[in-house]
Design a protein around this ligand. Structure first.
Ligand SMILES: Nc1ncnc2c1ncn2[C@@H]1O[C@H](COP(=O)(O)OP(=O)(O)O)[C@@H](O)[C@H]1O
Ligand SMILES: [Mg+2]
Length: 213
């Protein structure tokens, strides 16, 4: 399909340890500038879907394409940035500055400042300890870590889980902003929260996907 950026074709995922496929014939298309949402109950395969898209897991069958070209796992790891559920649990740096620099051989101060501004942390000191930030600041920092890699596809696993109501709204409007320049795909068991900002939506049920709009 012309103009389609991210495309999943017949994605099946059945690890040797699973009796039935976790993902079963998943089809999905997402454009740059769109914010898509995959909803579904706990255990329906949402996290697995993100892992397959971003190249942490290989599909048993099917293809994942970017601008019409099928991608290898390695290519998908370059293309995608995945923000885990409760990303603050995976912070490794002793400071905000260190957290941002992990995995980068060279990183300019300008790039760091720009990405912090992008997520609304422009005033944050690089010496701050990640564990001491507020819940909302930690989520913003986790987003900044991924944005530094400049992914074309930003994937978020339950981005509002465990946040207060007001902070949820802040994060949701930040995601809408970030989706202007890239493809953003959110998976969540609370789809109503995103109703105001999402474009294409899908429902995942027992590994099968259904287009909602
Ligand atoms: N490597 C695996 N081996 C066996 N079962 C798996 C594996 N990966 C995922 N699953 C199963 O797939 C289902 C979906 O899990 P998950 O993607 O975490 O769902 P969700 O994020 O929607 O809660 C679960 O039942 C899980 O146990
Ligand atoms: Mg999950």
């Amino acid at each position: 399909m012309l103009g389609t950026m991210l495309e999943l074709q017949g994605i099946r995922y059945q690890p040797a340890t699973a009796a039935s496929p976790v993902l079963d014939g998943v089809e999905l298309r997402l454009e740059r500038g769109a914010l898509g949402l995959v909803a579904g109950r706990s255990g329906c395969g949402k996290t697995t879907l993100l892992e397959v898209i971003c190249g942490l897991a290989e599909p048993t069958a099917g293809a994942i394409l970017w601008e019409g070209q099928p991608l290898t796992g390695r290519q998908r790891r370059w293309l995608c940035g995945l923000v885990f559920q409760f990303p603050e649990r995976h912070f490794l740096g002793l400071s905000v500055g260190q957290e941002l620099k992990l995995g980068h051989r060279r990183l300019s101060a300008d790039a760091v400042a720009a990405v912090l501004r992008q997520v609304g942390l422009g005033d944050l000191s690089l010496q701050q300890v990640p564990e001491q930030l507020s819940g909302g600041q930690q989520r913003r920092l986790a987003l900044a870590v991924q944005l530094l890699r400049n992914p074309h596809v930003l994937l978020l696993d339950e981005p509002t889980a465990g946040l207060d109501w007001s902070v949820r709204r802040e994060i949701i409007s930040l995601l809408a902003q970030l989706a202007r320049e890239r493809a953003v795909l959110v998976v969540s068991h609370e789809p109503d929260l995103f109703a105001e900002i999402v474009g294409p939506s899908w429902q995942l049920e027992q590994g099968k996907i259904r287009t909602m709009r």
